[in-house]
Design a protein around this ligand. Structure first.
Ligand code: SF4
Length: 432
């Protein structure tokens, strides 16, 4: 590069010297028209300059593109390898989130621990305000002030998400971990077409993959590949005539259709973990069943792990492999879905199940006595004790431990704690 510039400077100097010699001293080095010399030198100079530019920068650009694609392939292989060797996708330990309001501290999530395995659906169930959604938001670092995550670890593929900076967490959100919210009206942008909104997710997180695809088909550009991929995702949502839907705005679609678009955005990048926060609550029963079936099919096709949050136990029974029952910011029962319906352990879970209408239930529905406690002033000891019909001596003062009552099945209740067996026997004798 420097030699070309030097050549250019030298040529200009030569022309200036020639002009001086001929005009001032009458010596002619070059007896033709000086403009011809000037033009020839300029052309040679510019040709050399552009050839050099081409050689210096274009191969670099090509190399960069090639490197990008190679990096992308390496990255995908390493992620696939990681997921394969570790069955646990998400390991949450002792997660504690609080909200510091004017009325006092809200104990929203209080030492929650659970694991999500590869390809499974883990359900979170409990009454409104028990901390299900705050747990989900904490996983993705979406807690805003006055809320704060004050303790715990959220290990996603062995990396603690709580230690990531707000910039680093962006590469996880919408890509490896995605979230579906209850109300698609508020989640979708009303001023962009649904196709544009799905494409944006793809462009943000999968640009290298799309470039790789575009490079395989010479005649197609990045945006052709992007539109084709968006159409395919809409088609996967069982939406009829996707070519027609792709250019529509959210307000032109029905509630069920909007929820499908939200799911499309969530699975566009084939996430490893999908967090669905009451995705069917705002829909009528027929559409609800269609959405549940769609999510189950997609979970199998994409092998995505799902955290499914709901207050509806019947939805849990249809969707989940394992379940975590939450009460007042804590998990009280956690394990296989079959066990919870066959042999319920925790008094709160028993109460929830007896409030569900089922076929052949003769003694009617039984609501859980009392009210949900105010999370600013949670009860001492076991938080369920003011409403529990089995409450005995340690319940009011001692916080129950999580006890493994069956392999991989945990219950937080003193009834199953060997330490309090004698007191419980005494209580039963008194009752008898
Ligand atoms: S610990 Fe006591 S109060 Fe709490 S659920 Fe068990 S029996 Fe009821």
């Amino acid at each position: 590069m420097s030699s070309v510039i030097a050549f250019g400077i030298w040529s200009i100097q030569l022309i200036i010297v020639e002009i001086y010699l001929s005009r001032l001293l009458g010596i002619t080095l070059y007896d033709q028209d000086i403009r011809v010399l000037f033009a020839v030198v300029s052309i040679v100079y510019f040709v050399c300059y552009f050839v050099l530019l081409y050689k210096l920068f274009l191969p670099k650009q090509k190399k960069q593109k090639k490197d990008l694609i190679q990096d992308y392939i390496k990255k995908e292989i390493s992620i696939a390898g990681k997921v394969k060797e570790q069955e646990v996708v998400l390991d949450v330990h002792d997660l504690t989130t609080r909200f510091y309001t004017e009325e006092g501290t809200v104990y929203a999530v209080d030492g929650v621990s659970f694991k999500v395995y590869k390809g499974e659906v883990l359900g979170f169930v409990g009454e409104t305000g028990c901390g299900k959604s705050v747990t989900a938001l904490s996983i993705l670092q979406l807690i805003q002030p006055p809320g704060k995550i004050i303790n715990g670890n959220v290990n996603f593929l062995k990396e603690d998400l709580l230690k990531k900076s707000s910039k680093e967490i962006l590469s996880y959100r919408g890509n490896k971990i995605t979230m579906i919210f209850q109300d698609p009206v508020n989640s979708l942008n009303p001023v962009f077409t649904v196709g544009k909104q799905i494409s944006e997710v793809l462009l943000l997180h999968k640009e290298e993959e799309l470039m790789f695809e575009a490079s395989k088909e010479e005649s197609k550009g990045l945006y052709d590949v992007l539109r084709k991929r968006t159409l395919q995702i809409i088609r996967d949502m069982n939406i009829p005539s996707p070519e027609n839907i792709i250019d529509r705005y959210p307000h032109e679609l029905s509630g069920g259709m909007r929820q499908r678009i939200q799911i499309a955005m969530a699975i566009a990048c084939s996430p490893i973990l999908l967090v669905a926060d009451e995705p069917t609550t705002a829909l009528d029963v027929t559409v609800q069943n269609q959405i549940l079936k769609l999510m189950k099919d997609l979970q199998k096709d994409y092998n995505t792990s799902i955290i499914f949050i709901t207050h509806d136990l019947s939805v849990i029974s249809k969707m989940c492999d394992r379940v975590a029952v939450m009460y007042c910011g804590s998990i009280v029962e956690y394990g296989e879905i079959k066990t919870i319906f066959k042999k319920t352990y925790h008094p709160y879970t028993k109460g929830l199940l007896s409030a569900v209408p089922t076929e052949g239930k003769k003694d009617g529905l039984k609501a859980i006595a009392g009210m949900i406690p105010n999370p600013i002033y949670p009860p001492s000891g076991c938080k369920f004790h003011p409403r529990c019909e089995y409450c005995f001596e340690p319940c009011e003062s001692t916080n129950p431990k999580s006890i493994e009552v069956e392999p991989n099945y945990f219950v937080s209740c003193h009834l199953y704690d060997p330490e309090f067996n004698n007191k419980q026997k005494g209580l039963n004798e008194k009752k008898g």
